[in-house]
Design a protein around this ligand. Sequence first.
Ligand code: PRP
Ligand code: URA
Length: 208
Amino acid sequence: MLTVIKHPLIDVKLSIMRDEKTHSKEFRESINEIASFMCFEVFKDLKTHEAAETYRTPTGYTLHRVKLDDKIIIVPILRAGIGLCDGIKNMIPTARIGHIGMYRNEETLEPVEYYFKLPEVKNPLVLIVDPMLATGGSAVAAITACKKRGYTNIRLMCLVGVPQGVEAVEKAHPDVHIYLASLDEKLNEKGYIIPGLGDAGDRIFGTK
Ligand code: PRP
Ligand code: URA
């Protein structure tokens, strides 16, 4: 299932990120802000409970602390996925973080896995994050890698995707809900998203 999260604040931030003149600092700030906004939709169905712990309000009421039922693991696909983590962590400070190392072979566009480490948490909700969903190869491989290790409750958050990438994930993993901030038009001959925002990893880390 695909949800494209439409919101004017997201559109404003995305247009900053798409601008080739935007430097790494503003690019990183914008990506984290969009990630925070997206949490409202991605996690809107989470259940909460009132914990035994209580606190008092300034008006003298005693209330129970409200906590999330689910244990959440945020899993950035290295490298560019790291760019979204602070924004999500700001919304869910109790979330744990795992990492999946994956890069695209620039000629074949096939994903290559080089690292996998998730924290030990029982029955977590795993949110895989990556700014770009292009051919979908990296996302499909990351989801497969999680399922191979026994994770079943998985969601995918990307900023910009194209129909080809969405179809690839939906075909391989129909149980995984995909969230995007924008569904762009297509890929160019080098596998870059059009209009897109360029190489997300390079722009986040200033490597080019
Ligand atoms: C980018 C991006 C995704 C992948 C998307 O990573 O962050 O992981 O490409 O492309 P796909 O849908 O065709 O697989 P890249 O391989 O450039 O690695 P990086 O994050 O280290 O820059
Ligand atoms: N990876 C990127 O960083 N950008 C794209 O447009 C496609 C894949």
